[in-house]
Design a protein around this ligand. Structure first.
Ligand code: C2E
Ligand code: MG
Ligand code: MG
Length: 608
């Protein structure tokens, strides 16, 4: 006969929570591990012990007592040794527990009258994929002098069978094998039961424990056992916050969800703040301190929404968004959700565009040297022509590509196509340089090697290229950046600071970067023909940058009047719609020819 003890070992606070509404209705079947009785009986016979227990890592335990007729009440306190065994990766044999303090707190035997345990042996129980879920323990009231090899083998075999039973339970019994929480299909099943009455509603609270990337990093660095334990300790903390009418589920590897019945009402902001605070408090996971930045999402759901939509996806979109906001929790909002879906769509489409579709293109915008009046360079600007979305602007997809880890592939594409085009033009006799934009996501030690490979593939002299880095990129990681830039400059390629003036860095700190040009952002330039103050800012920034040794490029010269104001400033180059919009490659040679025939007049410097 066996029964389940809902023990409350200290390490698992908040345990004993009914795992689901359906489970509440059938308490006796709550945690049944298929085949446990048979496995326990075999183990008891093979090892000649009267007691067998299956202790799960979260402290719950099944007991088997040979010869007992009735289900017996377990002890409320699980001796430390059982919990240690359940979490230990190795087998343990204690031939005589007499001197072992771990066995003292209370006899583990399922009825108070039993004698103390004197012999104890345990074997880890693992799922088929090797995740440890607990231990199979065998006990006797008399000490032993040895454990024979065939007995050890029998215990190992029984533990393997028990592991298969736990896995089976996770399919049949709706629980996650690691946290022993009911899983996603149980979540939907229970929600459907709860919302059977069309007038009912419920509240969902989703908890994104860590981003998938961060969670994978835990697994890579610390192993699966650590990640499993992390989910267990997080679940335990969530359970401490919960009230008895709430139900907790593990809905994916890194996410938990709570269902709150209608009668509970909407959780107040103060309660959600409290949950966030609990989860932001450092965890002690296998004696390693860890701080998480979880996201909590909140959604009200009724029967119609359950039938027609996907409430779990929606509440998770809120929890995902909440990971990046200050309070750490957020109500579901449709506009934000649609924005996310659109972004996701863009990212997947962009990935396909980079690798397999001919939707990307480069346009080229001329840069004019003010002293000679010549077009000295072209800036390559990425264009994406999507079959249904039409023209997608770089402002919409560059940031997304950075977040989605697509930027390196995108930059590779830009460098490759830009250099191929430059090689063609130069072979056709066009004396022109090319500037290429580089994102902060590209900025690592490999950048120089990637550049070199492409330059040699296309036969491009490094002096013909300039790389543009935004001011914010350069200020993000100063030391490493300086080293990488120095390596680029050593090749002979020049470096420009792009979009200068929209960040908060000062010129003196930028001067430490080995950059030769500084491009003043169009937002500063736009109004200089109408506002003396705007003109004064651009004039003094240009003069100062010049004094510091930068070649100054004024971006966003849209009109003749802006151009005239710029001509009177201490700067070297202009770029903007007034001279030319970015051009498709096929239009560049024609534009260069007609510009050479009628260039902007060179000007005399008014200051230096
Ligand atoms: P950026 O590098 O500062 O490029 C200049 C942007 O200003 C371009 O926008 C260009 O079309 C626009 N522009 C040029 N002259 C004028 C003007 O007179 N008036 C106005 N209003 N705008 C002007 P675009 O092509 O939309 O690119 C926006 C930004 O996206 C770029 O700013 C750059 O930061 C980024 N980007 C574009 N292509 C690439 C790329 O291949 N790689 C990377 N990493 N970033 C890129
Ligand atoms: Mg640029
Ligand atoms: Mg710019």
């Amino acid at each position: 006969m066996h029964t389940l003890s809902e023990t409350r070992p200290d390490a698992v606070p908040g345990d004993g929570q009914p795992p689901s509404a359906v489970d509440d209705a059938r308490p006796e079947s709550r945690f049944a591990v298929p085949g446990f009785d048979a496995v326990a009986r075999l183990a008891a016979q093979a090892l000649h012990v009267p007691l067998v227990a299956l202790v799960l890592s979260d402290g719950r335990a099944y007991w088997y007592t040979a010869g007992a007729d009735d289900p017996t009440r377990p002890s409320d306190i699980l001796a430390t040794a059982y919990l240690e065994a359940a979490r230990s990766h190795t087998a343990e044999v204690v031939l005589d527990t007499g001197d072992d303090a771990r066995f003292r707190p209370a006899p583990p035997v399922p009825h108070p009258a039993s004698a103390p345990v004197r012999f104890f042996a345990s074997e880890p129980v693992r799922t088929l994929t090797g995740q440890q879920v607990g231990a199979l323990c065998v006990m006797d009231h008399a000490p032993r002098s040895a454990l024979a090899e065939h007995e050890r083998v029998a215990l190992r075999d029984a533990a393997a069978l028990a592991g298969a039973g736990v896995v089976l339970r996770s399919y049949l019994g709706r629980t996650d094998p690691v946290t022993q929480l009911p899983h996603r299909s149980a979540f939907f099943e229970d929600l459907r039961t709860h919302l059977r009455d069309d007038t009912n509603h419920a509240w969902l609270v989703a908890i994104e424990v860590a981003s998938v990337a961060r969670f994978n990093a835990f697994v890579r660095a610390m192993g699966h056992a650590y990640a499993d334990e992390l989910m267990r300790v997080v679940a335990a903390r969530v359970q401490q916050w919960m009230t008895p009418d709430m139900h907790l589920y593990q809905v994916s590897v890194t996410r938990l969800a709570i269902v709150l019945p209608q009668t509970h009402g909407e959780p107040t902001p103060a309660r959600l703040d409290e949950l966030v605070a609990r989860l932001r408090h450092p965890f002690d996971c296998l004696n390693i301190p860890l701080t998480l930045r979880p996201g909590i999402g909140l959604l009200q759901v009724d029967a119609r929404e359950l039938r027609g939509g996907d409430p779990l996806r929606r509440v998770m979109s809120a929890s995902h968004a909440a990971q990046r906001n200050a309070p750490g929790w957020a109500r579901y909002e449709q506009t934000q959700d649609e924005h996310h879906r659109q972004q996701f769509f863009l990212v997947t489409e962009l990935a396909a565009a980079i690798t397999e579709r001919a939707e990307l293109d480069l346009h080229y915008q001329p840069r004019i040297d003010l002293d000679s009046g010549r077009c000295v360079a072209l800036e390559a600007l990425l264009r994406w022509h999507h079959p249904t979305l039409g023209e997608v602007q770089p402002g919409e997809f560059i940031g997304l590509a950075e977040q989605a880890g697509l930027m390196r592939a995108l930059t590779e594409w830009v460098f490759d196509h830009g250099m191929a085009q430059l090689a063609t033009w130069r072979a056709d006799g066009l004396d022109i340089r090319l500037s290429l934009n580089v994102s902060s996501a590209d900025f690592d030690a490999e950048l120089v090697a990637r550049l070199q490979v492409l330059m040699s593939r296309h036969g491009i002299d490094p002096h013909l290229l300039e790389l543009e880095f935004t001011e914010s990129t350069l200020m993000q990681h100063c030391d490493a950046t300086r080293r990488h830039l120095a390596a680029i400059c050593a090749l002979g390629t020049t470096v420009a600071i792009d979009d200068f003036g929209i960040g908060y860095s000062n010129l003196a700190s930028l001067r430490q970067m080995p950059a030769s040009s500084l491009k003043i952002d169009q937002s500063l330039v736009r109004g200089i023909d109408k506002s003396h103050a705007d003109a004064a800012i651009v004039r003094s920034v240009s003069a100062l940058a010049r004094d510091l040794g930068f070649r100054v490029v004024i971006e966003g010269v849209e009109s003749e009047s802006v151009h005239n104001v710029v001509l009177a400033m201490a700067c070297d180059e202009v770029q903007g719609f007034h001279i030319s919009r970015p051009l498709p490659a096929r239009d560049v040679p024609g534009w260069l020819r007609s510009y050479a025939a009628a260039p902007l007049p060179p000007r005399h410097r008014t200051s230096s």
